[in-house]
Design a protein around this ligand. Structure first.
Ligand SMILES: Cc1cc2nc3c(=O)[nH]c(=O)nc-3n(C[C@H](O)[C@H](O)[C@H](O)COP(=O)(O)O)c2cc1C
Length: 351
């Protein structure tokens, strides 16, 4: 059952459009700087997240593994990561903990990219021992723990028991030999939950917000059923979630931004919020499936160049300099954030 689900997730990702909920990035505006005092050669895309140095600020987020048929896709994703110098997360490794036959569908990532930065991935119901085994399986630099309550509720075969996650995450963070990152998968993380995750000892939070791949729609399509408009729009828009979480993060915990990040401009806005990385999943799957590996590599190299172009146009030499450029927050996102006590004016007034 789990093996065929992995294949269907890939198939439905290609078939379905993002949304219908929006990411909120259209409400965020960067300001053109006509006197940047920078040279193209100075621009630096390197970043550090959870203490891990990365050559690119964009990573391939958790996608797949756990079935013999998806090993090829993981191999292609790993090759793309190797060619571009991007970090990459594997999909949930729970199936490999239960069924050693599918371990190779994850290990292929390390074989193809022996020196790359790879993140492990598991759900929040697991034990510290499970986390260690997942990390060892692929020589991971960090582990992502995913939270996907809404997705589980739409799946007929999904979990209905969500108690104990906070304690599990706290125990994993205390025991794990590598940094623990908590991520959502498309419904976002609110400030209240972020504060709890900080207390649990995580090193980074990836907001995994609404507006990109919609797992509720994917699960409904798999089961051949219709969802209500309210359910289809459920979640916190990615940009809004990132701004909420950033407002409560202490310096020692990093923000990662994902969920519907498709364009380089959205990525740059995410860095301007304070994101140390952005993650892309659905768009990479679509381009690989429809255009192949070489086209995906070309798309990403153009993407990195476009990020640099925007950095120069706002006067930022490094990714971390982007948190000092003005960001004007308008529209529904502004109303939401103001209601939630986030100081939107200070973003616009940055110099
Ligand atoms: C086919 C597919 C499978 C995924 N499987 C996982 C998974 O196993 N674990 C996880 O944490 N996230 C998983 N995700 C979610 C992504 O990592 C990401 O959080 C989500 O798709 C939103 O980002 P996007 O809009 O860039 O796709 C998967 C995404 C896709 C497209």
């Amino acid at each position: 059952m789990r093996q065929s689900r992995k294949l269907e997730h890939l198939k439905q990702t290609v078939a379905l459009k993002d949304g219908p909920g929006v990411t909120g990035f259209d409400d965020l505006n960067l300001i053109h700087n006509c006197l940047p005092d920078l040279a193209w050669s100075e621009l630096d895309l390197t970043t550090t997240v959870a203490g891990i140095k990365l050559g690119q600020p964009v990573m391939i987020n958790a996608i797949t593994g756990g079935a013999t048929d998806v090993a090829k896709v993981n191999g292609q994703l790993a090759e793309l990561a190797r060619r571009t110098g991007m970090a990459m997360a594997v999909g949930s490794q729970f199936s490999a903990l239960e069924n050693p036959e599918v371990i190779d569908s994850y290990k292929i990532v390390r074989q193809v990219n022996p020196d790359g930065v790879i993140f492990a991935n598991l759900g929040a119901h697991i034990t510290p021992d499970d986390a260690r085994r997942a990390v060892e399986m692929i020589g991971a630099a960090a582990i992502q723990i995913h939270l996907n309550v809404a997705q589980e509720l739409i799946m007929a075969e999904g979990d209905r028991e969500f108690r104990g996650y906070f304690n599990n995450i706290r125990e994993i963070a205390a025991d794990c030999p590598v940094p623990v990152i908590v991520k959502e998968v498309g419904c976002g993380i609110a400030a209240e939950a972020a504060k709890m995750l900080i207390m649990a000892g995580v090193k980074a939070i990836d907001v995994g917000g609404r507006g990109g791949t919609n797992f509720l729609a994917i699960e409904a399509a798999r089961a051949n059923r219709q969802l209500s408009v309210g359910t289809l729009h459920w979640g916190i828009a990615t940009a809004v979630s990132a701004l909420e979480v950033m407002a409560v993060l202490p310096e020692k915990v990093d923000l990662m931004v994902s969920g519907g990040i498709v364009s380089a401009l959205e990525a740059v806005k995410a860095f301007a919020i304070g994101g140390k990385t952005v993650g892309i999943a659905g768009q990479v799957v679509k381009i690989l499936a429809c255009q192949g590996l070489d086209a995906a590599e070309m798309w990403l190299n153009d993407y990195f160049d476009e990020i640099k172009r925007y950095m120069l146009l706002v006067g930022a030499a490094k990714i971390s300099d982007l948190v000092r450029v003005p960001l004007v927050i308008t529209g529904f996102s502004r109303e939401w954030l103001t209601a939630r006590g986030v100081d939107v004016v200070s973003y616009a007034g940055r110099r």
